[in-house]
Write a protein that binds this ligand. Sequence first.
Ligand code: 3NM
Length: 216
Amino acid sequence: MKLKEQLELYFVMGSVNCDRDPREVLTEALEGGVTMFQFREKGEPCLEGEAKLELAKDLQKICQQFSVPFIVNDDVELALLLNADGVHVGQEDDDIEEVRRRIGTKLLGVSAHNVEEAKRAIALGADYLGVGPMFLTTTKADIRKVEGPNVLKKIRTAGITIPLVGIGGIKLNNASEVIQAGADGIAVISAISRVPGTARKMSNLLRARHDPEFVE
Ligand code: 3NM
C-alpha cells in the first residue's frame, strides 16, 4: 500500500487518552478501519520505563495482527528497540536530521504548522507531515494558533506534494473539510479513543470518497 493510502485514517494514542484499556481501544479502532497507528505516550499521568515498554509491545503486536504500521512518537530509542515502522517528531522534539540518520529507512513523520516548517522538515528527511491544529482541541496543551484547514491549502499551493495529514480537533463532522483542503488523511486522538464506533464511521466516510457506490 502507498504511504498516502496508509495515512488515510491515522489513529494517535497513549494511555492518557483512553477511558478503558488501550489494547481494547486500539483493537476496536483497527477493526473499524484505522490504517496507521502512532503510540504517543505523553501528558500526565503517562507511563514511563518498563510499563511504557510493555504497553508499546502489546500495541505493536495488535497492529501487526492487522498489518497496520506502528509508529512511535518522539522516542527513537523505543522505536529502534521494537523495530517499529517509524517515528514521528514535533518541531520541539529531537533534531530532525539526527532522527533521520538514526532510523535509516524507517518512516519519519514531522509536525509542521506552516509552509516554512514544512519545507524545512522535507529538506531534513521527513516522509510525511502532520499539520495542525486544524481545529480547537483540548488533547494537547501546547498547541499553536488554530489556522484551520487553510494551512493545508497554503502548503499545497507552495508546491509541496509529499503526504500530509491534518491533526487537531478532527471529528466526524469536520473530517471532510480537512481532506478537501489537501490532506491525504486525518490524524485523530480523542474522537476515536473516547468514542467507540467513531473509527468505523470515519473509515466509511473516507472510503465513500474513492468509491461513490460504497454504502455502509
Ligand atoms: N498535535 P485530538 S494537535 C497531538 O497541532 C496533536 O500539531 C497537534 O488530538 C498539532 O484529535 C494534537 O483529540 C492533538 O484533537 C490532537
